[in-house]
Design a protein around this ligand. Structure first.
Ligand SMILES: Nc1ncnc2c1ncn2[C@@H]1O[C@H](COP(=O)(O)OP(=O)(O)O)[C@@H](O)[C@H]1O
Ligand SMILES: [Mg+2]
Length: 374
């Protein structure tokens, strides 16, 4: 009996290995077949994209799963982005959703991509993380893989990018390409090389960088209103929206500068520590860094306010010394109210103070305050 069971087990193991081998062989020979067929056609190995076996297109590729279940934001902006993307009167529609800080660009774009109008109008949506040229190329490479049958092989990275562009260009219906996080224009200048050639396909870019607005029609995302901010905080904290709670939420929102990431994090912190909202500001003033470093287990943004801040400060200059000076300047500015900081203020302190702080040298020409350097 034991022997019989052992032999059955061995048989099924053998079968599993055989199946695995067979599928590998099919994949290998499929790739080889495609190459041989191409070779026969024109007499030499080819990198022709026509030789790649195209799989039917899906309705979307690469859309992140971080969409919040209850979006708190500007419906009018979603509508306006939607209309600009579907406008067929001009050439190619390129829309830039811009805001300097973390202001729900990605979340707003996820909402846009999910509306029935957009889903119906665009045959395919491609979502690309355009933080760098490498992440963009990588996204296209992954799409290429997903747009052909297993076993197809490409001669190189550029051919994958060309393949995806070609597949999009061949579509009769429009498609939408989202380039999220196009922030670093200095090291990634030629993003247009990734745009499909045909005008019927639309482009939506999100960027922190104001210089990106020249690429198309720009829509700037304003900061959160008091109502939005307190609604976000209460929602994230899992609290009811009664008059009392809303009053405290508005105070906290004001204290946190109406910043969505900080509010979402504060809400998650309040929820997990069960802190009454009425005592949050006192708690925060004592333990700001703990609150801003806190991220819950399920966190669609991935990083905390602290990490976002660290990442941004490392971007303002490549020069370590200049970075230090900017850090010191920001530390000084942080004790002032953000609405009172302006150009005249700088000029005034830098011209009047006897012993200038070290960072002031960044704004001087021949020992005098130079507004053009601000
Ligand atoms: N219900 C909500 N509606 C809108 N934004 C929300 C909501 N809940 C949390 N947020 C937060 O807003 C923050 C910023 O959103 P995101 O779109 O990623 O900003 P950006 O792309 O401008 O950097 C995220 O942390 C997100 O979690
Ligand atoms: Mg984003």
């Amino acid at each position: 009996m034991k022997k019989a069971i052992k032999s059955i087990r061995q048989d099924s193991e053998l079968k599993r290995v055989q199946d695995q081998l067979q599928s590998q062989i099919s994949a290998l020979s499929y790739g080889a077949l495609v190459r041989i067929a191409a070779h026969r056609c024109i007499g030499k190995p080819t990198d022709s994209l026509d030789a790649i076996h195209k799989a039917p297109l899906k309705s979307s590729y690469g859309i992140p799963t971080s969409k919040v279940s209850k979006f708190i934001g500007r419906e009018d902006i979603i509508k306006s982005v939607e209309q600009k993307l579907m406008d067929s009167s001009n050439g190619q529609n390129v829309v830039v959703l811009q805001s300097i800080g973390v202001q729900r660009k990605t979340q707003t774009t996820l909402q846009v991509c999910g509306t029935p109008e957009i889903r119906q109008y665009f045959k395919v949506i491609l979502w690309i993380n355009a933080s760098t040229q490498d992440t963009t190329a990588e996204a296209f490479e992954n799409f290429a893989q997903a747009m052909c049958y297993k076993g197809s092989s490409f001669p190189g990275s550029q051919s994958r990018i060309d393949f995806v562009k070609k597949r999009i260009e061949d579509l009769v219906k429009p498609s939408l390409l989202v380039f999220d996080n196009y922030d670093d224009l200095k090291s990634f200048q030629n993003i247009r090389q990734f745009f499909p050639g045909e005008n019927r396909h639309s482009i939506l870019l999100t960027s922190r960088n104001e210089d990106s607005t020249h690429l198309g029609e720009s829509i700037s995302l304003p900061g959160m209103s008091v109502n939005e901010a307190s609604a976000l905080l209460l929602h994230r904290a899992g609290l009811k929206t009664d008059v009392e709670a809303t009053k405290h939420a508005e105070e906290v929102a004001h204290h946190l500068g109406y910043l969505p990431l900080a509010l979402a994090q504060a809400g998650a912190y309040v929820k997990s520590r069960r802190i009454p909202l009425s005592t949050f500001i006192a708690h925060y003033n004592e333990r700001a860094s703990a609150v801003l470093k806190h991220t819950p287990k399920v966190w669609e943004y991935g990083i905390s306010v602290f990490t976002t801040w660290e990442m941004s400060t490392s971007q303002y200059s490549d020069d370590k010394e200049e970075q230090d000076q900017i850090d010191r300047m920001l530390l000084f500015l942080s004790i002032l109210h953000h609405e009172t900081i302006n150009e005249h203020y700088f000029g005034h302190i830098l011209n009047c103070v006897q012993e200038l702080p070290s960072w002031a040298s960044m704004f001087e020409t021949d020992g005098r305050w130079d507004p053009t350097k601000l």
